[in-house]
Each structure stands twice: as structure tokens, then as C-alpha cells.
Design a protein around this ligand. Sequence first.
Ligand code: AMP
Length: 249
Amino acid sequence: MKILVPVKRVVDYNVKVRVKSDGTGVDLANVKMSMNPFDEIAVEEAIRLKEKGIATEIVVVSIGVQQSQETLRTALAMGADRAILVVTDVTTESLTVAKILAKVAAEEQPGLIILGKQAIDDDANQTGQMLAALLGWPQGTFASAVVPNGDRVAVTREVDGGLETVDLKLPAVVTTDLRLNEPRYASLPNIMKAKSKPLASKTPADYGVDPTPRLTITKVVEPAKRSAGTKVKTVDELIEKLKNAGAIA
Ligand code: AMP
């Protein structure tokens, strides 16, 4: 079974995000970019399925600026076999990404597509769901366990009340949650080997998709600054302060 894993290049999760002074978006100048953490989990899961002899080939795909190549190389260094970069300079919206991925899936015919549950830059949490709808495939979102069995896959989902397991017919779309696995680090020899793994370069036009954004971001603002706290000497003083602030009756 072939597994397709879409990976997105996003601002590294350790970076403190700064809003541009004109409020049109997030400042990306000189900011460390990395693979979306949920996508690292997706790549790791695909590699584990290959190690178990269930997957035969792992194809990673990224849609974005030319530098997304680095993200794909990271996935190749972790253990993916081949990469596809769909180059575009415009902001990638979920529907555009889902349409391109649907075309890639039609070409590649994977048995499973494993995406992150959300990209930590726009927190959209919808590409996997849109992709499953466009393909007419079953979906298991927020997965904390993925167990293929013949032509089916059991996906344990993290839901509000606990865990739910759905049994899907392959081919299917799965999105990863945090507890699915702990992604490996790429070793230096594998980073070197990844440089010679195949990476195909495409454009949205190759897939007949117009990437022009349909959404307009009207304003981006920083979260409100927290005001400084004060120290109190006694519990009575604390209660008095809370009463005055209207926090308790
Ligand atoms: P989102 O719906 O934007 O929160 O993204 C959910 C998942 O879709 C991500 O974790 C990725 O697996 C995939 N994805 C979103 N945007 C892209 C992109 N530009 N290139 C590749 N994969 C993407």
C-alpha cells in the first residue's frame, strides 16, 4: 500500500509570532520555519506502517513557496521515499490545497492519506475533511491509533467524551492527533541520503487548480497584553481584592 503524506511549512512552534505593523498578517521575515508538528506525526506514522511491512512506499507532498523543499527533505530524511513540491507564492488556502491533493491522489492512487489534524499557522483544521469529501473517501480525524487490517483501517479518534474507534474501508483519509506517536529525529546519514531521493517539482496549473485566494484577511492582531500581577500578604487580603474586582460575590 502506498501512503501519501501532505506536509506544510509553517512558522516553527518555538518562535514567538509577531504581527506585521500594518496588521495584514504575521511577519515571516527572518523567522525559523519548520514542518507542521502534526505532519511530523503523520510522516512518523507512515514510516512505522512501512517498518511493519504494511506500507510499501511513502510519498510526501507540499504546496507552497520554493523553500518548502526543505520541509520535504526533512520528511525524506525521516524515511519517506519520494517527494512532490507544488510551487506557489500565493497563500495556500485549505480548499486549494485539498483540490490539489485530490488530483495528486488520483495520479498516485494511495491506499491511505495521512495529514495533520491542523496546521499550527492558520489553525484551519479542515484540509483533511475537505480532501475526503472531494475524493468521496471515508475519513478518520484526530487519530490516536491507526491499525490497517486488509482492505480496512481501524482509526481511534480523540473525541470530547473519550475515545471512539471507526472502521474505514480503504482508501481512506486520516488526520493525526498529538498522542498518535512521537516523531523520530532524522539521523545525519539519513539527512545526507535524503538529498538524493527523488523530488518532483510541479505547479497548481499542472493539476488544473487556480490557487488565487478566495478569502481576504481583514485584520490580524496580537493577543491582549496581560497586566502585571500584585502580591498579597494574607488570604483575607486576597478575598477582599477579589471582591473589589468583582471576581467573587
Ligand atoms: P489545515 O486544514 O490548514 O489546518 O491543515 C491540516 C493539514 O493539511 C496539515 O496538517 C497538512 O497535513 C495539510 N496541509 C495544509 N496545508 C498544506 C500545504 N500547503 N501543503 C501540504 N499540506 C498541507
